[in-house]
Design a protein around this ligand. Structure first.
Ligand SMILES: Nc1ncnc2c1ncn2[C@@H]1O[C@H](COP(=O)(O)OP(=O)(O)OP(=O)(O)O)[C@@H](O)[C@H]1O
Ligand SMILES: [Mg+2]
Length: 240
C-alpha cells in the first residue's frame, strides 16, 4: 500500500504537483494521466530525485520522504526510468549489479541473484555485452532486471514498455506480472497504454495538471467520465 499526502512540488513558478493526495493498494497499481500531468515528477519525489515543498508519502507503513535516497533503496525502493539509464561502458551484468552494490550482500548471494534475474529476463546470453551495444528492448529488460535484483518492496516503473513492438510488450508485461510478491511488495506502473493498465492493474490513480482526477479500482476509474475527458483522443482510440 502506498499513501501520498498533500505533495506539492515547485520548480520556480511551475508546480507539477499540487497538494496531491491518494492511496493505492494491490500488487500492481497504475498511475496514468496526459503528458505533463506530473507522473514522472511523483516517481522522482518517491525515489528522492526531487524534494517536494510539502507533503508526505508512506509505503507499507514507512515514511519514505524522511529517508535519504540511499536509505530508500536499502529499505526496498526500486525504480526504472522513462528513458532507460544504462551505462554504455558497463556490461549487462554490471549494469544490473549496480542495484546490489549499496546493499553489502555476501558475494555468493550477489552471484546467485544476478544469475537468477538474468535467466528470468532472458538476458543471460548477453550478460557480457556492453550497454552501448544493446537494442531498445534489451535496455528495457536491463532496467527491469536491475529493479528486480534487489528484491524491493516498492517498484516504480516509468513507462517500461514505451516504444516496444507488440510482442516485446507482451513479453515485458509477463515479467512485470511476476515482479510483486502479493502482500509483501507492490509495483506502481506508469503507462499511456490504457489496455495495458486495464489488464494488469488492480487499482489506478489518474493525474492531470498535478492534481488527482480519480483513484480507485482500475475498472471504476477507467469508466469515470472525468478520466475519459482527460484522455479524450488517446483513450477513445485505445478502446474503440
Ligand atoms: N526539472 C524541471 N523543471 C521545470 N519544470 C519541470 C521539471 N521537471 C518537470 N517539469 C514540468 O513539470 C510538469 C510535469 O512533468 P512530468 O515529467 O512529471 O510529467 P509526466 O506526467 O511524466 O508526462 P509524460 O507523460 O510526458 O512523461 C511538466 O509541465 C514539465 O514540463
Ligand atoms: Mg513522464
Amino acid at each position: 500500500m502506498i499513501r501520498i499526502k498533500g505533495i506539492t512540488v515547485a520548480f520556480g513558478g511551475v508546480k507539477p504537483l499540487r497538494e496531491l493526495s491518494f492511496q493505492l493498494s494491490g500488487a500492481i497499481c497504475g498511475l496514468i494521466g496526459p503528458n505533463g500531468a506530473g507522473k514522472t515528477t511523483l516517481v522522482n519525489v518517491l525515489s528522492g530525485f526531487v524534494t517536494p515543498v510539502a507533503g508526505e508519502a508512506e509505503a507499507f507503513g514507512t515514511r519514505l520522504l524522511d529517508m535519504r535516497p540511499e536509505a530508500r533503496h536499502a529499505w526496498g525502493l526500486a525504480r526504472s526510468f522513462q528513458t532507460p539509464q544504462i551505462a554504455d561502458d558497463l556490461s549487462v551484468a554490471e549494469n544490473v549489479m549496480v542495484a546490489l552494490d549499496p546493499l553489502s550482500l555476501p558475494g555468493a548471494e550477489r552471484s546467485q541473484r544476478l544469475a537468477m534475474v538474468l535467466a528470468e529476463t532472458g538476458l543471460a546470453p548477453r550478460a557480457h555485452v556492453q550497454g552501448r551495444r544493446l537494442d531498445g528492448f534489451d535496455r528495457r529488460l536491463v532496467e527491469l532486471a536491475r529493479c528486480k535484483v534487489s528484491r524491493p518492496r516498492l517498484i516504480l516503473l516509468d513507462e517500461p514498455a514505451a516504444g516496444l513492438a507488440a510482442t516485446e510488450r507482451a513479453q515485458l508485461i509477463d515479467l512485470i506480472r511476476a515482479l510483486p510478491v502479493p502482500g509483501e511488495s507492490m509495483v506502481l506502473i506508469i503507462d499511456h497504454d490504457i489496455d495495458l493498465i486495464a489488464a494488469i492493474c488492480e487499482q489506478t490513480a489518474v493525474l492531470d495538471f498535478g492534481t488527482l482526477v480519480a483513484c480507485g479500482t482500475t475498472r471504476d476509474v477507467l469508466a469515470d467520465p472525468k478520466v475519459r475527458a482527460a484522455y479524450l483522443g488517446e483513450f477513445e482510440e485505445g478502446t474503440s
